[in-house]
Design a protein around this ligand. Structure first.
Ligand SMILES: [Zn+2]
Ligand SMILES: [Zn+2]
Length: 271
């Protein structure tokens, strides 16, 4: 029993440290240290207030608890031989290792789109996904700000994948780092990709921070995670997506603005 508690505490500590590293460092840079200089890059030209940010942090650390429990469940299943996880790297080729990471990311993108659309169904939405949408002007802390049920759904791809294909722990770690980084970037509130990115022959297939920011602002559009594949296929990209992306980039280029005072009334309502 003591061993289980220690393992859970260790896992929660590692996950929390990693989240602090990703979300915390970007928050410090974009919302504290370089706030004034970088404001022109801000997608929505205003900042949320502190209760809004504290709520995002609180739900994120609750989600990390859910991820920890699921992680322990997978560890238990692996120890009892129920998963396809392999620990001897030489059991599969390097080519297979790269394929497994790519397949994991691709499958997660599809899984996310499907579950996200389901969670927007009005029968479920108010009880589960609404918590994430309280952030209409998200900060990096919104990346994992989920209702615990949504946290369970979000991490659900992991138990699916460990039963589906052989995965080395390093492949799982690669996916964890990739998904955490991309989630934080999607909620950054600032666009880092260059002008023309959404129309480039290859880059157009990647999502952007503006893309997910519009999802938080407008709700019924832009459901995708990493790639702009499923939104294109199902016609759920916001019709103004490319125009809005370019508006953000042009403003950053031509319009130097000063940092506005926090609008408390707007911020309280979560806008
Ligand atoms: Zn949503
Ligand atoms: Zn989001």
């Amino acid at each position: 029993m003591e061993e289980v508690v220690l393992r859970l505490l260790k896992t929660y500590g590692v996950l929390s440290f990693r989240y602090l590293l990703f979300a915390g460092s970007l928050y410090l840079i974009f919302y504290v240290w370089k706030k004034r200089e970088l404001f022109k890059l801000k997608i929505q030209q205003k900042y949320p207030n502190h209760p809004h940010i504290l709520r995002e942090i609180k739900y994120s650390f609750l989600s990390l608890l859910v991820f920890t429990l699921v992680g322990y469940g997978i560890y238990w299943l692996r120890m009892h031989g129920y998963t396809k996880i392999y620990t001897r790297f030489s059991d599969h080729s390097v080519g297979y290792f790269i394929f497994s990471v790519a397949a994991f990311i691709f499958m997660h993108d599809l899984y996310f789109y499907i579950t996200h659309r389901i969670m927007h169904w009005k029968v479920i939405y108010p009880y589960v996904h609404k918590v994430h949408h309280l952030s209409t002007n998200p900060t990096p802390w919104a990346a994992f700000a989920f209702h615990p049920i949504e946290a369970l759904i979000e991490v659900g791809i992991l138990p699916l994948m460990v039963f589906l294909i052989p995965l080395h722990p390093l492949a799982i770690l690669s996916w964890v780092l990739f998904q955490t980084g991309m989630n934080v970037l999607g909620h950054l509130g600032f666009e880092l990709f260059p002008s023309g990115f959404t129309t480039g022959p290859i880059s157009r297939w990647s999502n952007t921070s503006v893309h997910h920011n519009m999802h938080h602002k407008c709700v019924q559009c832009n459901y995708g995670l990493y790639f702009n594949i499923w939104d294109r296929i199902f016609g759920t990209n916001h019709p103004e997506y490319t125009a809005e992306f370019e508006r953000v980039k042009q403003r950053a280029k031509h319009h130097e603005q000063s940092v506005p005072e926090l609008d408390t009334a707007e911020a309280v309502s979560g806008i």
